[in-house]
Write a new protein. Sequence first.
Lengths: 116, 418
Amino acid sequence: MKYMLLINAGAVDAEGGAAECTVEDWMAYDKEVKDAGVFVSGESLADLVTATAVRVAEDGGRTVTDGPFAETREVLGGFYVIDVPDLDVALDWAARCPGARGSGSIVVRPIADFGA
Amino acid sequence: MGDERAGASVEAVFREEHGRLLAALVRRFGDLDLAEEAASEAVEAALAHWPAHGVPPNPGAWLMTTARRKAVDRLRRDLTYTARLAELRVEAERAEPVPQAEEPGGLPDDRLRLFFTCAHPALAEPDRGALTLRCLAGLTTPEVARAYLVPVETMAKRITRAKRKIREARIPFRVPDAHELPERLPGVLQVLYSIFTEGYAASSGPRLQRLDLAEEAIRLATILHRLLPAEREVTGLLALLLLVHARRAARTGPDGLPVLLDRQDRGRWDRAMIEEGLALVPVALAGGPPGPYGVQAAIAALHDEAADVTTTDWPQIVALYDVLLARTPSPIVAMNRAVAIAMRDGPSAGLDLLDRLADDPRLRDHHPYLAARADLLARLGRAPEAADAYRLALDAAGTEPDRAHLRARLDAIREERP
């Protein structure tokens, strides 16, 4: 069963990284996920100031705006997709993720399966 | 054998066996819906079969065999479903590489898994109690709805939502490992405790006590205690529920109004239930630092053992509240401690402590806090302030009996003042 771990950064430091953990923390976690054989995919996202939102109205008109919403408190900073037996195991991986510490949080979402 | 008798006994058997039956089916098939369907079809079969042929010597085993056969029938009819379940099995075995065939020396009863699944922290909090009552206490959805005073449709939606999350997010049916237990067991206990308090002091509505829910909570805590005899907090919770529930007959006056501890007719307390609870308290407290339920049970025990309020061992109750406050700091515990200090050292000492809690947002609209403050002011003879405090409590109280009780107190104060 695949789960996406959505990594929400709470406070962000000057470099755009989560304030509560170091690059080494992230590298160690990344290695753990890959060594355990549960890694499916994962990316970290560039800084929020680079984000652009697109909306299409009923008449097909396109609106392009800078950023998502100004008042967004939690910023999606990246994600992992892992393949594990059940939610408890997914929650364990989420709890070990450096992004879960301090003001950050991880939202665990099962990946919809339209196959079988 | 008459139809009625067979009907009544199948109902009793089913209620008693439901949790066990469901848990075993969930374990076998890995799917709550299939397990529920098979269990209820087995009961239908029993209702059709038993009145004519008599109740079998081992009704539980009969139900189990029939339910298993029904589940297998369903799997034969619906191959897509079967394929999905087969996939579930593969994943389940991935999670538990050793099939743990008979769990030597381990947990004897599949119901324990179900307790942990129903109380899983990933489920919405109000849904956990409902699901526990549905799956483990064997209540029907309309019964659960009635117990919580919500429309059947609302309750059905909540239960469906919870079951859907279990299935689609794949919340496992498993007992947490020993190292996870300290983190997960309090969640299960909290569910049982909230079922009990929901039944005991309805937060709104006309009736003060809903005995059924309190009794269901005790039944569930008894089962859990049997499954986890060495977990002291389970013992403590069961003791606490028994020691509080033992006072039920005295807790409401003939007029339906609540009677506080100091005015209860202690002759109406359930002595047998008190004895049962008292026997558990030392077990809950021994062998390590006591947990919050154990300490609360000890406090309840001191009340239950006392002949009246004046001979109650208030110094020891205060000491136990100190322990509880250190372990689980909360404004409610601090409030109860202040009331105990008022009993030990007099009302002004208690009032000082209560006033220091006045800024806490969790107490500002908490009617027991406002009422406790009013009571102490009244005892100090500060009638106008007491009257104001009762009015505040009256505004915050949710149930009609509580409001009537507070109105009576307010009237008593007014009469004292010419």
